[in-house]
Structures are given as structure tokens and as C-alpha cells.
Write a protein that binds this ligand. Sequence first.
Ligand SMILES: Cc1ncc(COP(=O)(O)O)c(C=O)c1O
Length: 370
Amino acid sequence: MRTATVTINPQAMTHNLMQVKKRAPSAKVLAMVKANAYGHGIAAVLPALEQADGIGVASFTEAFEARRLGWDKAVGLVEGVFSASEWQQAIDNGCSCVIHHAPQLQWALDCVPIPNSPTRTVWLKYNTGMNRLGFDEQGVISAAKLLYDAGYQLILTTHFANADDCDHSLTSMQIQRFNEVLTILHRDVDKNIKASLCNSAGIINYPDSHCDWVRPGIMLYGSSPVTDQSASELNLQAVMDFSAQIMAFQTVKQGEAIGYGSRWVADKDTRTALVSVGYGDGYPRVVNDEAYVQVIDSAKQKRYTCSVIGRVAMDMLVIDVSRTPIALALDSKVILWGATLPVDDVAQHAGTISYELLCRLSNRPLRVIT
Ligand SMILES: Cc1ncc(COP(=O)(O)O)c(C=O)c1O
């Protein structure tokens, strides 16, 4: 059987959540589970998030799934709603919404907030420099006044553009702008207005800005959010293992090329193995010549690092097994990424970020929860 497999380890997620809580002990945690929990599956990870205070989703589909699975804590819609009728849907399903532009503000003001309804809490987005979602300074102050007067409870929020780089001048600027507006709102509107700035990188690089809510995503899944420290240096554990099996061996003669485009040419006779995984499963086609996998020799209980050679195809890829034992079994397990091979490495070899690799796995691999 073809066994490209995605294995989810919820205990690793609980461990990572504890790392968030250690770093931000007095903040509440909105655990980001949008994009099907960064490709891990909402159902697979929710039980590991019991200690979180809420979850962040980007769509009602994700919110409904979480509710169907029994999640009864806060659900935050991080892009807010897209129409007046969706505002009512948010009320009906107990979601809190981001309000980032005038139409959303109006939909909120057109309803009277219900006491004790989660929708009474609004995540008011201030554009401090990312320049995607959010009101400008004057806009956010007047929106806050209107929402407060209408009976809403506010969390002033913003999103960092470059928090992965601990020295980026824009981040200091974003924090300064945010704090100035927060001070004005505390003075002129309500001193109980809450604040939320930090994604994973912010949690690590900007501990003075944790405020009332942190919003970790990628670090919960065990990948490093920052440029200068690896996941293991941050004591994060990979939640996903992506693996496949060797399906055939070949010896490619010197001067012969492998695969589509004949990109890789053997400079000597080379023992190769075909692995039953490809871009149709979610392994990136664009990996460079530095990309590698780990082959597990179950007979010898050993692990070998093998280069990916030739172009990754839809259903298979080829690896160089010249340094593994000749007797390597046909069905040997091949680790593509996971606890022993950081997805951050694969992402680097593919010229992208771990987020993209995790989110764009296809539904073809088998899914296992440990
Ligand atoms: C508003 C918001 N907050 C937090 C996050 C989590 O970011 P990260 O995965 O980098 O921790 C995201 C993700 O894109 C987001 O959009």
C-alpha cells in the first residue's frame, strides 16, 4: 500500500502551548487554528489546546468545525465578518470578531450587543504599519468611542509585519504607535480596554509587548517563528511528522540523468531509491540540491541522511542511498520532515516558509493521530 503519512502528535502541541505560557505567563492565549490548524487538522489539535483561552480562525467553516467538536471557549474570527448577515451568524455561534474597516464597524453598530454574548467582545484592529487590515490612528480612536458607547467591550489589536527579525525598526515603530493609541483610549474611552499585539515571533522577540492576549500560531506547531533561533533552541517540538516509504531501488549509471528535465546527472554509478511521495502529497517540487530526507533502517535501528536528487514529481521522488546498507529494506520508512528533520530546513531548501509547506499538504497522505 502507498503509505505517505502525516502523523500528528498532540502531546507536542501541548508542550509548545506550555512554552507559550512560560514566556507570556500573564497573557491569555488565542491559539491560531486557521487554515485547518496550519494543515494539521482542527480535530487533531483541539484536544491539545485545553489550556488555551480561545482559538483564532479565519472563516465560519473553521469556527463551526471547532464548535461541532465541542470547543466551548472563545472563538475569534481574525478577519471579522464579510456582511451584516454574518455579524448575526457570529452572534448565533458565539464568535468574537475583528473589526478592521468601516463596513464591519457599521454592522456591529447596527446591532445591540447582548450581555454575556462573546460577540460583545470586539477585536478592534489598528493598522500600525502592516498596511493590510485596520483603521488609522484617528479612525481607530473614533471607532473605539462608537463601539464603547454602543456597549461593546474592546481589545485593541495589531499585527506585526517583521517580528521574526528582533532588530527591525518597523516593529519598534508599530509598538510605539500602538501604545500611544492605547494610552489615549485608556484616558478618553475606557481604562479597561485590553490589548493584543504578539504572534509567535512577537512572543519570543518582544516580551514587553505581551499585554492581555498573545496570538501564537506557528510556534504551537513546533516550527521556529524567528530568523535567529531554531525550533529546538526554542524548546519547541514538531507536531507533524511527514513520512513515506521506499518503493523501489535503482542503480543509475555514470552520465545518466534522473527524472523530468534530466536535471540531476550521476557523476558516478549511484544507488538510488524511489520514495512514494511527491508534490501531489504536498512535498515541495521546488526543493534545491541541498534538500535531504532521513531513511530509517529498521533492521539496524539506524537513521541515514540522504539527498533528494532529480526533480520531485507528482507521486514520487528519488533519493541517493549510496551511503546506506545494501540490504536496506524495500519498505524502509523515509522521514520528509518532523521531530528529527525540521520542516524549517525543508522550507529553506524550497525557498519558502514552514507555514506554506504545512498548510498546503494535500488530502492524499494517510492521517494518523498518535
Ligand atoms: C492576526 C494574526 N495573529 C496571529 C497570527 C499567528 O501568527 P504566527 O503563526 O506567526 O504565530 C496570525 C497568522 O497569520 C494572524 O493573522
